[in-house]
Write a protein that binds this ligand. Structure first.
Ligand code: AHR
Length: 333
């Protein structure tokens, strides 16, 4: 952290002792490589609280953030919250105690952030939301939100189904694998998809449950769906990983994924794109995890007191099977 003036030797010894006591008394959070207090080495220090390591998307996002911080000469204090909001709150409080220059985080769920965000604001530390947003009414609690339009991803998925589903011979039964309960991508993708398919009353969601954005969750919930529903025509999974887990359940049930059951997912990570190119998935709405370079640029700007846009939307596309075949060789993640 750069803002501390170079202290005299006795003061430095006292400050060091105080810092050691503060950090050791800070409650342990998830898996962190946050180190001790922000070092006085002239670098901008960014405290980043990551959701977890639940999916291929998350892994690619973490790599993007770590690589971009190193490339931008930013000292990164990284904490993995293991999909728990209480760990993220502890990590943010730890960053405040360490007096980092900027805090960024991807909130595991949308609600319940006002108190800790107010603590950061009172400490004069700017906060950037990345990937997922919060539902706080007070927008002054954070500087900007960098990430995807999740409602649009759900809507594009639903619109593809409207254009491609065979509904002339009767109702089309859809099952939905939702992301983490209460998270922005789960709430928004569900909403966007439901709004789009409302255009055709023959498209019916017959079951919808959370698979927590993981492969294991997707497999387990799809097994339950298959047991409880004799006719499943379409699966809408809120991410590739749950769709990939569901593939195992579908195959084990003697059905052909991509043919007997049309599969629509979100993300477009390599494994998802491979399944699409192989004909096992039918459509993917992209959600880009490569947020690192833009995040570092924003961290520098807010630290310098520059104005930044309140919302920065990630550029994204969609993929059919033919488009996935073409894009796969150059896919970075
Ligand atoms: O917030 C982005 C979502 O979180 C991704 O779509 C999903 O794969 C991840 O776990």
């Amino acid at each position: 952290m750069r803002k501390m003036r170079s202290p005299s030797a006795p003061w430095r010894a006292a400050a060091l002792l105080a810092t050691v006591l503060l950090v050791s008394s800070a409650t342990a959070c998830g898996n962190s490589d946050t180190g001790g207090s922000a070092a006085d080495d002239g670098k901008l220090t960014l405290g980043f609280s990551q959701v977890g390591a639940e999916s291929g998307w998350r892994t690619a996002n973490t790599i993007s953030i770590k690589d971009s911080a190193a490339a931008a000469g930013i000292e990164l204090k990284f904490d993995d919250a293991q999909q728990k909001q209480e760990n993220q709150i502890k990590a943010i409080r730890n960053f405040i105690q360490q007096k980092v220059d900027v805090i960024a985080f991807s909130p595991v769920v949308e609600s319940g952030w006002d108190t800790v965000l107010k603590e950061a604001k009172d400490a004069g530390i700017p906060v950037i939301l990345t990937d997922r947003s919060v539902d706080s009414a007070d927008k002054s609690l954070y500087k900007t939100f960098l990430g995807s339009d999740f409602v649009k991803e759900g809507r594009l998925s639903g619109e593809w189904l409207i254009a491609n589903a065979k509904t002339t011979s009767g109702p089309v039964n859809i099952v939905e694998l939702q992301g983490t309960t209460g998270s922005a991508p789960a709430n928004d993708r569900k909403k966007g998809f439901a709004e789009a398919i409302a255009a055709n009353p023959n498209l019916k969601i017959v079951a919808s449950q959370s698979g927590d954005f993981t492969r294991a969750g997707g497999k387990q919930v799809m097994e339950q769906f298959l047991k409880a529903n004799t006719k499943i025509d379409v699966l809408f999974a809120h991410n590739d990983d749950m769709g990939l887990g569901a593939l195992e359940a579908i195959t084990a049930a003697g059905k052909v994924p991509g043919k007997d059951i049309t599969i629509i997912t979100v993300d477009a990570v390599k494994d998802g794109m491979q399944a699409l190119a192989d004909g096992k998935f039918n459509f993917i709405a992209e959600c880009s995890p490569l947020l690192g370079p833009q995040l570092m640029d924003l961290a520098k700007k807010v630290d310098a007191g520059q104005e930044v846009p309140a919302r920065i939307e990630t550029e994204e596309t969609t993929f059919t099977q033919a488009q996935a075949k073409e894009a796969l060789p150059n896919r970075k993640y």
